[in-house]
Write a protein that binds this ligand. Structure first.
Ligand code: PGA
Length: 253
């Protein structure tokens, strides 16, 4: 399994800047063939970013599971397929701000995979769920309802554990310790075996939540971590590139 680093630009970068930053990242990493690098810009920038890169791959930040229809403002799975090879699904910002349910996220995951797009399935507990000691329960539920029936022998999928309280840029956010991440990922691994059977061992797990060049080494060194989903620290090419180098060094690829 190749290590994987994903940039989640959220809605922070405009079209021309997106193409320029993607090219800067791609140029700096043209020899980085041992790992997968994915940039997820806003929808309108997807074709521009795709045209600007060679070694870097492109991901969307969302999709609608239907192929077409009268849903003003949505972007269908068929359109996303034309310009992206990965898609971030189940992100906590969408669960919280757009009331995305586990069922709807499940539909998106299945549809993405059926259309040849690799889902990056995000899950993680909120600060209050953590304070109430519900972390393991919440995570097991999200994995179960978001991924039930997913055929890991036929389709690729990536999981991204993102504790909501550790995502940067939010009031009161904290940085998770490697020990804490590692403890939760042991629960995730067990649940993955329940859901995917022997296919679980071929599924990459990313960590997301305030990852940056300063803490990347410790996080990438964790046994169950194949890479990261990076928000804030991916907005500057230099810090994202530094994290790619970190990942290459730690995983020795
Ligand atoms: P962060 O965001 O790296 O800025 O914490 C990660 C994410 O929300 O995917």
């Amino acid at each position: 399994m190749k290590p994987l680093l994903v940039a989640n630009w959220k809605m922070n970068i405009g079209l021309a800047e997106a193409a320029q930053k993607a090219k800067a990242i791609d140029d700096a990493l043209e020899d980085a063939r041992g790992i997968d690098i994915v940039i997820c810009p806003s929808f309108p920038s997807l074709p521009l970013v795709a045209g600007a890169v060679d070694v870097v791959q492109v991901g969307a930040q969302n999709l609608h599971p239907d192929e077409k229809g009268n849903l003003t403002g949505e972007v269908s799975v068929s359109v996303v397929r034309e310009c992206a090879s990965y898609v971030i699904l189940g992100h906590s910002e969408r669960r919280a701000n757009f009331a995305e349910t586990d069922d709807f996220i499940h539909r998106k995951v299945m549809s993405a995979a059926d259309h040849g797009i690799i889902p990056i399935f995000c899950f993680g507990e909120t600060a209050s769920q953590r304070a109430q000691g519900k972390t393991n329960h919440v995570i097991e539920e999200q994995l179960e309802s978001g991924l039930k029936g997913f055929d890991a022998a036929r389709h690729e999928i990536v999981l991204a554990y993102e504790p909501v309280w550790a995502i940067s840029g939010k009031a009161g956010s904290e940085v998770a310790t490697p020990e804490e991440i590692s403890k939760t990922l042991a629960v995730v691994k067990e649940k993955m075996t329940d859901i995917f059977g022997s296919g679980a061992k071929n599924i990459r797990i990313l960590y997301g939540g305030s990852t940056a060049p300063e803490n990347a080494h410790d996080i990438f060194s964790l046994q169950n971590v194949s890479g990261a989903l990076v928000g804030g620290a991916s907005l500057e090419p230099d810090s994202f590139i530094a994290m790619v180098h970190n990942l290459i060094e730690v995983k020795n690829v």
